[in-house]
Each structure stands twice: as structure tokens, then as C-alpha cells.
Design a protein around this ligand. Structure first.
Ligand code: CTP
Length: 428
């Protein structure tokens, strides 16, 4: 029996793919099709793939041409697959001419002429871009604009100041008219007001975290968005980093036993327009609420304020008590500490070195060092480009954010409310 293998992304499966699969199959008796995993695509910079892995696998299956479908998850896997499955022929389209000659050491390599006039990229480019207007003057606005260039299917219509958005100037209205969505990175206390106005103009909203400084504002935004049929999406970049996401899944799967403590630290000495809790708080609260839930029994908020600015906390420590667990978060803008995340469990712990909020690496550690495991997942663009991609997918599918749930968004706003509106913060 002659076994043939071929690989591809198969996004929006088209006639060119089917012709390729037919010819590959005709080269032998048994065809194995490798479909690239979402993360593998991301690391190759192909962040424009629209369909999920499952959808793409199903589309390949529906052609009835593949005898076996496998997922391509890492670079170098092809050699492994060829050996493992006893492959005789590796076939691929002629757009890859010469690129896979190195595989001829293991099997025959065949380049099949590519079908002219059709490609996934072309099909994708027929879709309208999601046009995003950026509101705010924070450094994140520049990062966002730079990162959006890596995501196919979005374009930035402009960047406007918080003041102009709040005053709804003609310039702002014009840009808003030309946009489908707004990315809000304004001063935290003004974010929900700007987002609300955008939702009332039927625009989708991507909003930096915390999205509001009161639970009511947060609820109002979500209710309004639901009413108008638009998406409100929390821009908490760490949530979209592959390593962080995988770490979460491992912990939830019981890898370190029962979680007893989550301790997160984020600090910076770089000048920031607002205090440390507003700047970093949401990031440190993310793992706490994701892993221990939002139903804490007690909270303590202690801050050290700047000498010259009474509304600016250079350092804040948050402590949480849960039934059977506890957590702490330390944030600083003007105070420096080790920016690590430690999740302690009854069987072991997870250690994420600084800066954990944009990590590509973590370790699962146990009593006996020989049991320890290290995990590495490439991170491009601090997670921002994945966040933009998920926002785009969310808008296209009309579904809510699956990474930062509504409950977590609300709990983050709740902590801000306790601090800024209810005055529960104690000063150091
Ligand atoms: N292919 C082909 N003819 C086309 C398009 C793709 O023969 N018109 C082949 C590719 O050479 C590859 C396989 O189909 O062997 C899967 O290609 P894939 O990269 O998934 O599809 P593209 O349409 O090339 O995607 P993109 O536009 O994103 O590059």
C-alpha cells in the first residue's frame, strides 16, 4: 500500500484544495491530511485564519478524500509523521516548490501544480474589514495600532483623544460613522461613558480593563450591548496569551491538585497616566478570579499614595479570603518587585517568571524536582494581536468573549468600585 501525506490550513475550503487532495490521493492508496492547529498557525504568523481547527477538519472530512486526518501542531512534526505513519510520498502544492526537499531523506517529495485563481486569502479579502476607531492617548493606543496590522480583516480608521470623544466633536462623529467598532483605552473612569455612546451608535466595543469603575456601569454596558445587538469585549491581553491560557486549563484539569493560593505581582517604574490599581489591577485579578472564582469572603485593599498626587497609588496590595483558599495581588507604578505569578496547590504549584503577564513560559513544580515540567508557547505581540483576532471572531460570530467571562469582568469592576467609589481602601 502506498501512503501519501499532505498538509494545509484549509481555511474556507475551496476548489483549489479539493483538486490538490484529489491529485495527492491519486498518487497512492491511502491519503493522510495534516490540518494545521490554530496555535501552529499563529506562530507561523498566519493570524488571518478565520475558521477554527474543528471547522477546517470537518471541511476536509466532508470531501471524503482523506483516509485519515491528523493535526499539525509544531514545527518539525512532518518528519515525525512520515516515520510514524510509514509514509511513502509527501505531496504539496507548487507554491511550496523546493521548501520541503529536506523531506526526501525520508520519503518521495512531490510538488503538485497549484490551481490558478483561487486561495483562502482571496476569499477572506472579499469579506469587509472590521473598521476600528481608537479612542485614548495611552501608550497602548500605539501598540494596538501597530498590532492590528498583523491581523487580517481589521483596519484602524483613526485615533481620537478622550476629550474629543467625550465632547462628541464633529471630527469624532465623522470617524465613528466610518467605523464598525471602537477600541477604548481612555482614562478608566471615562471608559464606560465613551463605550456607552459608541454602543448607542450601534458600534461594537473593545474596551481596556477595567471596563468601568462600578458594577452598575459594567452591567449597563452589557445590557445595552445586548439590546443593540453589538459586542462588548474586554481587552485584557494576558487572557489571550497561549501560555497563560494553557496554564489555566492545566490547573482546571487538576494538575496541581486543589488550588489554595494565587499570588500575582505586576509592577513598573515607567511613568503612567493613572495609578497602579487602575493600570495593573485587572491583570492581577484575572488569574485570581479565573482560578478561585469571584465569590470571595473577604477583601483587603491597602495603598501607598504618591506624595505629590493624592489620587495616584504608587503601590497597592489586595488580599482575598475564600472558603478554603486565599489570594494576593501586588501592583506598583513607581514601586518595583518581582513580577511573578505563583499558583499553589495541594499536589504542586505553577511558577510563571516575570513578566508573567506577557509570558511564553511557565513551570509546573512538584515536591520531587524530577517530576517538574516546563511549558513554552511562543507569544507574538504581547497577546494583543490574539486579543484583536478574538474580538474580530466574536463580532463575526455574534458571540461573547469566551476568555474573560461576564462574571469576571463584573468582579474586576466590583474591586474598582470598592476602592474608588465606596472608599474601602486603607492607606499605608
Ligand atoms: N492549494 C492549491 N491550489 C490553490 C490553493 C491551495 O493547490 N489554489 C494547495 C496548497 O499548495 C497546499 C494546500 O492546497 O498544498 C493547502 O493550502 P492552504 O495554504 O491551506 O490554502 P491557500 O488557499 O493557499 O491559503 P492562503 O491563501 O491562506 O495561503
Amino acid at each position: 500500500m502506498t501512503k501519501v501525506i499532505t498538509y494545509g490550513t484549509y481555511d474556507y475550503l475551496h476548489y483549489g484544495h479539493i483538486r490538490l487532495l484529489e491529485r495527492a490521493k491519486a498518487l497512492g492508496d491511502y491519503l493522510i491530511v495534516g490540518v494545521t492547529a490554530d496555535d501552529f498557525d499563529k506562530t507561523r504568523g498566519k493570524i488571518n485564519v478565520r475558521q477554527s481547527l474543528i471547522e477546517r477538519v470537518e471541511a476536509v472530512r466532508a470531501t471524503g478524500l482523506a483516509d485519515e486526518i491528523i493535526v499539525e501542531e509544531f514545527e518539525g512534526q512532518k518528519i515525525d509523521d512520515i516515520r510514524k505513519y510509514g509514509v511513502d510520498i509527501f505531496a504539496i502544492g507548487s507554491d511550496w516548490e523546493g521548501k520541503f526537499d529536506y523531506l526526501s531523506e525520508y520519503c518521495k517529495v512531490v510538488y503538485l501544480p497549484r490551481t490558478e485563481g483561487v486561495s483562502s486569502s482571496e476569499i477572506r479579502s472579499e469579506e469587509q474589514d472590521l473598521r476600528i476607531l481608537v479612542v485614548g492617548e495611552h501608550a497602548m493606543a500605539d501598540k494596538f495600532i501597530a498590532e492590528s496590522a498583523y491581523v487580517n480583516g481589521v483596519s484602524v480608521t483613526g485615533c481620537i483623544s478622550t476629550r474629543e470623544a467625550c465632547e462628541a466633536t464633529n471630527g469624532y462623529k465623522k470617524l465613528l460613522d466610518e467605523s464598525d467598532a471602537v477600541y477604548v483605552v481612555s482614562e478608566p473612569t471615562l471608559r464606560s461613558k465613551i463605550a456607552k455612546a459608541a454602543i448607542l451608535s450601534d458600534k461594537h466595543v473593545l474596551i481596556e480593563s477595567p471596563i468601568a469603575t462600578s458594577v452598575n456601569d459594567c452591567r449597563e454596558l452589557h445590557a445595552l450591548a445586548k439590546e443593540r445587538g453589538v459586542i462588548v469585549f474586554e481587552a485584557l491581553k494576558t487572557a489571550f496569551s497561549t501560555a497563560y491560557h494553557r496554564l489555566n486549563l492545566l490547573v482546571k484539569g487538576g494538575k496541581i491538585g486543589k488550588v489554595v493560593s494565587v499570588d500575582a505581582v505586576c509592577t513598573s517604574l515607567t511613568e503612567s497616566p493613572w495609578g497602579s490599581l487602575l493600570d495593573w489591577g485587572a491583570t492581577t485579578l484575572l488569574p485570581i478570579f479565573q482560578l478561585l472564582g469571584t465569590d470571595y469572603r473577604e477583601i483587603g485593599i491597602h495603598s501607598l499614595m504618591a506624595e505629590d498626587r493624592k489620587d495616584y497609588d504608587v503601590f497597592t496590595k489586595l488580599t482575598f479570603v475564600y472558603d478554603g483558599a486565599c489570594a494576593s495581588a501586588k501592583v506598583g507604578n513607581g514601586v518595583k518587585s518581582e513580577g511573578e505569578l505563583i499558583i499553589s496547590g495541594t499536589k504542586g504549584y505553577i511558577y510563571v517568571p516575570a513578566p508573567w503577564w506577557k509570558t511564553d513560559y511557565f513551570e509546573v513544580r512538584f515536591e520531587h524536582a524530577e517530576d517538574n515540567k516546563r511549558y513554552f508557547y511562543q507569544l507574538e505581540g504581547e497577546g494583543i494581536r490574539y486579543e484583536i483576532l478574538e474580538f474580530l471572531n466574536s463580532v463575526r460570530r455574534g458571540t461573547e468573549d469566551a476568555y474573560v467571562t461576564g462574571e469576571i469582568t463584573e468582579a474586576i469592576c466590583g474591586v474598582m468600585e470598592r476602592c474608588y467609589e465606596k472608599g474601602e481602601r486603607k492607606l499605608l
